[in-house]
Design a protein around this ligand. Sequence first.
Ligand SMILES: [Zn+2]
Length: 581
Amino acid sequence: MRLESDQASAVDSREPGTDPCAKVTGVGSRGVGEGTDGMGDLVVVNGQVWTGNPANPRASAVAISGNRIRHVGTEAEARGEVSRDATVIDAGGRTVLPGLIDAHNHFLSTAEALASVNARYPTVASREDLIRVVGDWAEMTPPGRWIRAFGLDWAKFPDGRPPTQRDLDEATMGHPVVVYHVSGHHALVNSYAMRERGIAEDARDPAGGAFLRDAAGQLTGLCLDSATDLILPVALDIGCHGPNFHTILPGEDSVALLDAASRAYLQAGLTTVCDPQVTRRELAVYREAHRCGVLRLRTVMMPLSNHLEEYAAIGLAGPFGDDRLRIGALKLYADGTLIGGTAWFAEPYGEHGEFTGSTYWRPEQLRDLVVRAHRDGWQVGIHTQGDRAMGMTLDAIEAALRAAPRLDTRHRIEHCGYPTPAQVRRIADLGIIPVNQPNFLVDSGDDFLARLGERAHRLQPMREELDAGVRPVLSSDAFVSSFRPLATIAAAMLRRTRGGVPIGEEQKLTLDEALRAHTIDAAHSIRMEDRIGSLEPGKLADVTIVDGNLEAATPEEIDAMPVWLTMLDGETLWRLEEMAT
Ligand SMILES: [Zn+2]
């Protein structure tokens, strides 16, 4: 192990004899809300029901028995299917959806980010803003305790230049501070943190990363790629399998953080998430949350490829687990990040062609890993952004399918930023699922247009994919972007940057297509479409009711629309009116 800690997570650092469940209130077998009946009969009436089931696309009522959907149809039919004393929820003409599924959401990391300084644009739009928000946090934080901030995006600052450790020193000299770049790949630290971690002026750059220096050769506090691993103690060494944000922080209670984030997710209408980068650190926290009864959302874990050999040694491959917590696909990385400028394109990009991109593997290394994982029975999800990396990823999947032919593999490409038209056809031929994040087109679209020019309009070409018979999936990539599914749906329908500039308008999705991509097709990508993703008899009773009529709303209105009720397993876990009173 590269760094000294041998604790898998904050969970393992608990004192003997203390029960971490004692600090959180479990949902048990019943719901959190008074008057919800998780085990009895329930009927939702007077709704604009979008079912996600092509055989019965629209309805006005849903009948539920226990944790299963019993009937989807008219109010009279639904009432006839349940007992006379069934709980009735009058949806008041609101849109009723299958519980929304986020197929790429770093759940635990988002939970940590929610409990940290928000350094996102537009909250932090300048150096001065950054100093202010970190300074405010420092006043509430015991001296010497780490302060973390997420979402820094200096490309949006007036001068477009990264801040330095001296700026952070203005905010506090009494705490170590680390501010993560919005891409999650880079971090800025103050001089306290540098000292704390033993990084001095004579520090050497680690392989795969760098400490940025100024014109005079002095450290600026900015740590690029693998240099960020040296800033905070990480829970484990993941080699070069991906960016290492698996840090540990003594004193933080990860289960409580996850509990708080669960409530925020339910409020946003999510009922299932898939964490696309799980090491033994996350696995331990999710298991503990499940044990304590506070894993309020269905959670699918994608083990990172660093653990491939260990899973192989014990003969385990996904899917494995239960309807609340399960192991899904294996996660691998091909290239770097679009936002951070390390995505691998055939033609260099950037205003001066300065971004050539980089990969985690040579093509034959990625191929060998993918063939191995596929042979072991894994579905794989490969982080791939640029067209050059896309070629490498498609070659690897094709080699795997040739080496061990198997039906219905559903291999995924995470982000799938820039497949060429020919690559879209290969994606269709190989039965691959692109897992997209249109929020990036809003958050970073203006940067993409500046850096990629015309190519930016073909980022995440979902219309082309649909036309080719592919079923693209919508997801958030939270903590990198907002976890609100209605924001993601609106982004896919609008294709417009934060600056208001159209970005690939011909790739826009309709509301119907966007809903499919966030429900039934998302369920398909995590191999759970037999249990969730649509409202039809026999499926688990996961329901999201938005506070309005989606079909009568503009994308801007959809983006702003609250969620009125979220139900999981027939239990109401979020209700706007109850919570507001
Ligand atoms: Zn991600």
